[in-house]
Structures are given as C-alpha cells and as structure tokens.
Design a protein. Sequence first.
Length: 86
Amino acid sequence: MNKSLIHEKICDELNELYITKNKEYGDSFGKAYEDIGPISAITQIYHKTQRLVNIYSKDEIVHESLIDNLKDLANYAIMTIIELEE
C-alpha cells in the first residue's frame, strides 16, 4: 500500500476515534479551550508528549500504547486547529 493510502486510512481512524471519544466525553477539549484558552490545548499536547517520552524510555516499547498515544496526539493537534479556526 502506498503511503498516501496509508495516510488516508490513518486519518479515517483518527476521525472514528474523535467521534467515539466525543460521544463518551462530550466536547471537553473545546469547552476547556473556551474557558481557559490555548494553554488548555498546549497542556493536553504536553501530557501526551510526556507519555510518549515515558513509553520510549522503557526497555520494552508497548507497540499498542505507542500507536494509541500518537493517534491521541494527532487528534489533539487537529482539535487545536479546529479551535483556532473557529
């Protein structure tokens, strides 16, 4: 599969994850952004980045956890763009 198709597949997965988590948690990201401002988004991204650092610093990398955290990080970046553009 070429990288463009893989990218499209991952973006579809990110959208499904976004929809699922918004059903579970509501738009807590958007609400925090509205109440606190951009620092709320930066904080979420920072927490995810720190989790990734912790995963990478272990002797054995848990592949699923790594991928899940990267997907969350990608969605946080997209959600931040959405808030910035509103």
